[in-house]
Design a protein around this ligand. Sequence first.
Ligand SMILES: [Zn+2]
Length: 235
Amino acid sequence: MTTTTYGLYCVKITRLGVMNSYLVEEEDGLTAVDTGMGGSAGAILAAAQVIGKPIRRVLLTHAHMDHAGSLDALMAHLPNAEFLCSGQTARFLAGDMRLEVGQAQRKLSGSFVRCKSKPARLLADGDQVGSLQVITTPGHAPDHLAFLDSRDGTLYAGDAFQTQGGLAVSGDMRWLFPLPAWATWYKAAALESARKLAALNPSRLVVGHGPALESPGAELAVAIARAARRFGQNS
Ligand SMILES: [Zn+2]
């Protein structure tokens, strides 16, 4: 396990070199963003202990195994914390894998986990959780959320982008780290979500897999243009 601090509010916890979870500092405590694969709860709790603040909230970007795998184990240690996710993530975690009316009826991709933890409330686009603004970003998975810290512009992008193996929109294969592309549900939606996130002009991009990028605007534009070419769409 390694931890890395970015700016004033963001601590990254990395397992196996490529699986990231985050702790976001708020005045009243910490917000965990993603819980990592199974066996990650101890590392997240240890990082919180080093920071010296309690974890108040646990957010998920999506219900894939490498993000939600330690949710139940983490919540078991946090009886006073709230778990928050999208309605579709909650249904996936409960084992209901149906897509929503109006969503592209494409086959789900990647490993989803079932969890016992129930959300305290469901998150929708534009909601605010502490300093984090909720942004619906379907594509990598249909239930995917990203979070923008309104204090410093840090974008918690989950798997909407990867930086491991090179910055890429979800679904744009990077052979040095192909897992997120293999697990992508619908590339056209991923590209649309990538454009939505880039338009927010984040000051820092942090992702589920790979290092943070500071002032990522120009690199995001290149990655989006590359994905548009490769996905066969005009940028
Ligand atoms: Zn994923």
